[in-house]
Write a protein of this length. Structure first.
Lengths: 398, 261
């Protein structure tokens, strides 16, 4: 098992050496040789080789092992008894997967008296809700939620469990997958089903989005994946109906109360980056820190959020919570307006999958123009000021 | 206070890109780097030592060349370092990785606090920290933007976490595992003198035997996920460049925005 190099086919062309992100290949006596220690079995070399000289061997899955596991489950994330939109986006995608697998779509609701939540879910095409009610689950905390979720999953055996990749979801998923000793793939941008094996095909970007990888975890159940907000669309609503609710009798152990929430300090801006449909983002090209106020004004008029490049954050022009990019947040808004941002690879990694990118920069060679849907070479501040005037005029009229 | 920091050596992703002609991945043989978020973790460990006394041990799981990041850690002021390396670890996904690192931390023993960066910039999963926390039965504290206080007498820790939509202040008890975000501190540069010493240090290497690992939980065997396929993403190409008088342009952009909403 592992990477096999078919020596008769290998011509020693070295294309794979250049491609390997982990430096695991060498040419020895005109043939490729792999260092087993460095090789991560990522498969890039297999894709790269023009002579089909690389093969990745894997064990095949026994599909009867999981006859007991059925159902696609979605974790319901809530904030003050309102369902987070990422949960609903996953309900939509989950419904498609469940239909293909010929199984049910269910939601996991953890909490204490979530009637408002159940009500909100009742206009979506969901077959069943599994829940545990316990005072310790009142607000999300890692340990009680992981314990409750693990109990429900072990008892009712879903085959797939999807969680929104919010800070809450990512805090929750890693610990849960470890307790269940199952596979977890983070930040999927596409999900599909391989029917014969009931495998979930989990596709996600890697290396800052420069390559896409499809991951499988079909030797374990449930197959877990997290998906970022706004990757999938909101589903259609259906006629309000009573969803069957299965409430497990379970009380969370005392020792699981490991943390105490002292305070929640919401961020001052109305819209946060992860949820925003529109982001107006600023880089050093906006000139000075005070100009972020202009971008905020534009964002407010559009009902969006303000983002920033690493350069602007490092220069202390704006707080780190606004940073978009590899060491900041990854965002997928409908519209990303990049103001005075040059477009370093690490920044692009955080925003290039936005639907529409509008770039404004005075440098015609700025790399941001290579990914922008629309670009304008010119004075950022002038454009922003005029857009504010124009939008105010339009909004004044309507 | 016994502090362990887990770090990772990662490919410098800015130089991993697709060759547009051959449509294959190319990497320009640039040296690998210390995962940026782990730099903040090392610094936070050093600050805790300055405040409360104790030791900072920095560990990494990786191939032999990963010792580089441990030398950087020594250069910053870490007390000890260990390289967790073995052919048996090849092909590890996050579950196998958290198992391996947990066994190493267990071997170190009596650890009060484990600190790691929020995620590695190659995998971007943010799963290993929570995995280790779960296995060691430590309190899990992710996205930590500030350690407000640690009471070494009671073992109580108060942190601030940077989450979607705001900040959460949380009180918990040690032992704990923290994953930290950028902005929690400003990492010190390694000192020239310490780096000089670090170059000559013989770094201990722990393999599967030393950490008493169950081979079924290691490497590919211990990894429930695997990469089935790699392909290039849809390449974004240069779009439309707008030209004209600034007034027209701003109206045009406003139109585009309103239409796309």
């Amino acid at each position: 098992m592992g990477l096999k190099i078919i020596l008769d086919k290998c011509t020693g062309c070295s294309l794979c050496i250049k491609a390997c992100p982990f430096d695991a290949l060498r040419i020895v006596d005109k043939k490729a040789v792999v260092s087993e220690e460095a090789c991560t079995l990522c498969g890039v070399c297999v894709e790269t080789c023009k002579f089909e000289a690389m093969e990745l061997e894997r064990e095949t899955v026994e599909t009867d092992e999981f006859d007991d596991n059925r159902g696609v489950w979605i974790f319901v994330q809530t904030h003050e008894d309102k369902v987070h939109h990422v949960t609903l986006e996953l309900v939509g995608e989950g419904r498609k997967l469940a239909n293909e697998l010929g199984t049910e779509l269910c939601c996991m609701v953890l909490g204490n008296g979530k009637d408002a939540v159940i009500d909100e879910l009742s206009v979506y095409d969901i077959n069943r809700i599994y829940s545990i009610k316990d005072a310790k689950l009142k607000r999300y905390r890692t340990a009680p939620y992981v314990e409750a979720a693990a109990h429900l999953i072990k008892k009712y055996k879903p085959e797939i469990f999807l969680i929104g990749a919010t800070t809450t979801g990512r805090d929750f998923a890693g610990g849960l997958a470890t307790v269940l000793e199952t596979g977890l793939t983070a930040d999927c941008t596409d999900l599909a089903v391989e029917l014969e094996t009931r495998s979930l095909l989990q596709t996600r970007p890697a290396f800052g989005g420069n390559i896409m990888a499809t991951i499988k975890s079909s030797k374990h159940r449930p197959q877990m994946a997290t998906v970022r907000p706004k990757v999938f669309a909101m589903p259609e609503k259906v006629e309000k109906h009573d969803i069957e609710i299965v409430t497990a009798k379970y009380s969370i152990s005392e020792k699981t109360e490991r943390t105490d929430i002292l305070e929640w300090i919401p961020s001052e801006e109305g819209v946060n980056l992860a949820d925003a449909n529109i982001i107006v983002s600023g880089g050093r090209g906006i000139g000075k820190p005070e100009n972020f106020a202009l971008l905020q004004e534009l964002a407010d008029l559009l009902g969006g959020a303000v983002g920033a490049s690493r350069a602007a954050v490092d220069a202390e022009w704006i707080d780190y919570s606004h940073q978009v990019g590899q060491t900041g947040r990854t965002v997928r808004p409908n519209i990303y307006i990049a103001c005075g941002i040059s477009g370093a690879v690490q920044h692009l990694a955080g925003m290039k999958t936005s639907d529409v990118i509008i770039a404004i920069n005075k440098d015609p060679d700025a790399p941001i123009f290579n990914v922008a849907t629309y670009g304008y070479v010119g004075d950022v501040l002038e454009i922003v000021k005029k857009m504010i005037t124009e939008l105010k005029r339009r909004q004044g009229k309507s | 206070m016994k502090i362990v920091v887990c770090v990772k050596q990662v490919p410098d992703t800015m130089d991993v890109r697709i060759d547009p002609e051959t449509n294959t991945l190319i990497r320009e043989g640039v040296p690998s780097i210390l995962n940026p978020f782990d730099e903040y973790a090392i610094e936070e460990g050093l600050k805790l030592r300055e405040q409360h006394g104790g030791t900072v041990t920095v560990i990494t799981m990786g191939p032999p060349q990963a010792d580089d990041v441990l030398r950087t850690a020594l250069g910053m002021g870490a007390d000890d370092v260990v390289l967790i390396s073995d052919r048996a670890f090849a092909g590890s996904d996050t579950l196998a990785t958290s198992y391996t690192l947990s066994k190493a931390i267990e071997k170190i023993g009596d650890v009060d606090i484990v600190i790691t960066g929020k995620q590695a910039i190659d995998g971007d999963t943010a799963q290993v920290g929570p995995g280790i926390s779960s296995r060691l039965d430590f309190t899990q504290l992710t996205y930590v933007s500030k350690i407000e206080n640690i009471d070494t007498g009671t073992g109580e820790i108060i942190v601030e976490r940077l989450l979607d939509g705001g900040r959460e202040r949380l009180k918990a008890n040690l032992p704990a595992l923290l994953t930290v975000v950028k902005g929690i501190n400003v990492p010190r540069k390694p000192s020239i003198l310490k780096m000089k010493k670090a170059r000559n240090v013989e770094i201990p290497i722990w393999g599967a035997g030393e950490i008493d690992a169950d081979p079924d939980n290691l490497g590919q065997k211990g990894s429930p996920t695997w990469v089935e396929k790699i392909f290039s993403p849809e390449q974004k190409t240069r779009g439309e460049m707008i030209e004209g008088e600034i007034d027209e342009v701003s109206v045009r952009i406003a139109d585009i925005v309103m239409k796309s909403m």
